[in-house]
Design a protein around this ligand. Sequence first.
Ligand code: URA
Length: 208
Amino acid sequence: MDNAAALRAVTAELEDLAGELPLTEAARDIVPGEGSPIAEILFIGEAPGYHESIERRPFVGRSGKLLRQVISEIDLEKGQYYISNIVKARPPENRDPEPEEILAYRPFLNKEIEILAPKLVVTLGRFSMAKFLLDVKISQVHGRLHQVDWLGKRLFVLPMYHPAAALRSTKMKEAFIKDMQKIPKVLSWIKEQENVETLAESVKSLLF
Ligand code: URA
């Protein structure tokens, strides 16, 4: 199965389980991830809000407009990224997701990560950051690249403030934009690392 088909299968499975999954009554309540099936960058938000749940697309409301505007300002191409959420249905009154909701949707986000095998994961807000980074404060680590061991695989994670928080405070908006502007450089650095590692592997295989 190619990536696009595998990602469609994740959505189909979510829709089949609607009614059993928290916050859902029917397939229409599921807001699947969207973007390039060969994305190098995976943005992970928290949970869909009102507009997302109507359009069934992640990040299409006010905070989504900010996110997508900055993505285009830093010249990321559509083929480079995928956008998803920790929880794939809307919590009432946009309250924070509950631990059991995060747990219920975890296998689906994990599958998206496995399929995409992104070079860089950008977490938006503290809930998606907490999936990868334990015992840290977003105010202290935002905009700093982290290398984590995720289910036995290396993953690069760049935590950021949630764009909704950026809309509430000028200071956070400045930090959010500044952090987002780091993405192209960070991505190039990760690719260089990979090239160096591949080169080292081939030298090793020549020598031994
Ligand atoms: N906020 C999120 O975390 N995700 C969305 O999809 C929209 C708003």
